[in-house]
Design a binder for this molecule. Structure first.
Ligand code: HEC
Length: 144
């Protein structure tokens, strides 16, 4: 009986360790992804600033749209501790967090449309509408 209990505890302990690794991976990967999104925004800014047409960014924007559609899934319960700036509000107000992600997706989809029309002024306006959706989420759900 005692042996079985000990074996059970060992399995639990191992499970705990692998879970800690998995959470670390999730944090590392989402942070790398978000960093990449920031770089995409900077690259597009250079074109938006001079009202370039932005057609070359359609692939980038497909990637960004997919990333933000999947963003909430990159914050599983329990991934709020460790090397992360994720705030507990992500889980206590998860509906708000998902809505903030959806808002970013909607603005990115509009930017994707503007990029394909080849209208530089429209690209600039649509690019400017994306940044506030990043900031809105960061204000409530990310530590400074
Ligand atoms: C739905 C919420 C949400 C939206 C929308 C959002 N972010 Fe974030 N962002 C976060 C959270 C939460 C973190 C902190 C992640 C962590 O530390 O685990 C973060 C972190 C980051 C980081 C830091 C990554 C690192 O190196 O640790 C960058 C850069 C970033 N976001 C850029 C952006 C940009 C650019 C946009 C808009 C295109 C955006 N984010 C939209 C929630 C969001």
């Amino acid at each position: 009986m005692k042996k079985i209990l000990l074996a059970g505890l060992a399995v639990l302990a191992l499970g705990g360790v692998s879970m800690a690794f998995a959470q670390g991976d999730v944090i590392t990967q989402r942070r790398a992804g978000l960093k990449r999104m920031g770089e995409h925004m900077t690259a597009m800014k250079a074109v938006a600033d001079v009202r370039g047409p932005g057609a070359q960014f359609s692939g980038t924007l497909d990637e960004m749209i997919a990333f933000y559609q999947g963003l909430p899934a990159r914050f599983p319960a329990g991934s709020g501790t460790g090397d992360t700036k994720a705030l507990p509000t992500i889980w206590s107000d998860n509906a708000g967090f998902v809505a903030a992600a959806n808002d970013a997706v909607a603005k990115l989809q509009a930017l994707r449309v503007a990029a394909t029309t080849g209208d530089g002024a429209a690209f600039q306006t649509a690019w400017q509408a994306v940044g506030p959706t990043c900031g809105a989420c960061h204000r409530t759900y990310r530590a400074r």
